[in-house]
Ligand binder design. Structure first.
Ligand SMILES: NC(=O)C1=CN([C@@H]2O[C@H](COP(=O)(O)OP(=O)(O)OC[C@H]3O[C@@H](n4cnc5c(N)ncnc54)[C@H](O)[C@@H]3O)[C@@H](O)[C@H]2O)C=CC1
Ligand SMILES: O=C([O-])CC(=O)C(=O)O
Length: 308
């Protein structure tokens, strides 16, 4: 099984590392446009094999797509990250051209691949990939909700002073500072509503911290985060390769689900060997529905800036 990761920068290398550590692919191809960069990252990662006990071969490629041929999954992380003070949406001018070209090159060599889009602004880049590839909608998955939900669970666990693995929580909507929707009403601490333990004000605080999770890290790091984004990308890849049918919030092309058409936005989906298989209806209440609609309107505005 071959997995390609386009963009060997912070997020791409992190996805490659976590995929290798899971030992779910024989080969991971890391491709970057920067001369020798992907080869260097691949060599460094290969030298972890005996230390971390994996048997995945990592191959570096400077823009040679023939090396990516026959990939089952392709993760797209190429593009610029934001700097402190910027929004993800400001990246569209540079990243749209990159994501479009990369998508076209990838499907020339791997026409049956499932694409996992990570580059920002992620929902719009996923929509662009869907439109420019012409691939069946189930084979295009935007990764954002997996990360945002992990951050939400971390923040909830911090507030509850508990083990994050005992907390369930999902973020839907756009992957933007103001468009994501942490579903606090549905969050649980080992099956009991978190509202049993946390006040409305505390839950509001948790939701706000979740929404600006990426911006907070960008402020601290000077560039955007990569460990949790890499782990979230690898979790989506694993669910595809192992056909795990995990229920993960991902940005997918909607045709009526959640009342939306012709948009890629975060909703809970089942992820398996054929890509995303089904959207699960969380039965939003009126307030959540209104937030989701506003989120979709903002994503749609971004999509309108694309030259398709
Ligand atoms: N969806 C999500 O949850 C997340 C998205 N991101 C996004 O992921 C993207 C990558 O972030 P980082 O890895 O931190 O950036 P980075 O700058 O470390 O790496 C990006 C890499 O893409 C490469 N690249 C640029 N144009 C290319 C092309 N045409 N073909 C192949 N490679 C190309 C660059 O040479 C660079 O090595 C950014 O757009 C960032 O905003 C980051 C974290 C989470
Ligand atoms: O914040 C950013 O720009 C990168 C990203 O999407 C995240 O870490 O959630």
């Amino acid at each position: 099984m071959k997995v390609t990761v386009v963009g060997a920068g912070n997020v791409g290398a992190s996805v490659a590392e976590y995929v290798a550590m899971k030992d779910i692919a024989n080969e991971v191809v890391l491709l970057d446009i920067k001369e020798g960069f992907a080869e260097g990252k691949a060599m460094d990662l290969n030298q972890c094999a005996t230390l971390n006990g994996f048997n995945t071969r990592i191959v570096g490629s400077t823009n040679d797509y023939s090396k990516t041929a026959g990939s089952k999954v392709v993760v797209i992380t190429s593009g610029i990250p934001r700097k402190p003070g910027m929004t993800r949406e400001e990246l569209i001018g540079t990243n749209a051209g990159i994501v479009k070209t990369v998508t076209e090159n990838i499907i020339k060599y791997s026409p049956d691949a499932i694409l996992v889009v990570i580059s920002n602004p992620m929902d719009t880049m996923t929509y662009l990939s869907a439109k420019s590839s012409g691939l069946p909608k189930n084979r295009i998955i935007g990764m954002g909700g997996a990360l945002d939900s992990a951050r939400f669970r971390y923040r909830l666990a911090e507030a509850l002073e508990c083990n994050p693995n005992d907390v369930q929580g999902v973020v839907i909507g756009g992957h933007g500072d103001t468009t994501m929707i942490p579903l606090t009403r549905l969050a649980t601490y080992n099956s009991t509503p978190v509202s049993n333990y946390l006040s409305e004000e505390k839950l509001e605080e948790v939701a706000k911290a979740t929404m600006v999770g990426g911006a907070t890290l960008t402020g601290l790091l000077g560039t955007s985060a990569w460990y949790a984004p890499g782990a979230a990308g690898a979790a989506v890849v694993e669910s595809i390769i192992r056909d795990q049918k995990r229920l993960i919030s991902c940005s997918v092309y909607l045709e009526g689900e959640y009342g939306q058409e012709d948009i890629c936005v975060g909703v809970p989906v089942i992820i398996g060997k054929d890509g995303w298989e089904e959207v699960i209806d969380y039965k939003l209440n009126d307030d959540e529905k209104a937030k989701f609609e506003a989120s979709c309107e903002a994503v749609r505005k971004m999509n309108n800036a694309l030259e398709l």
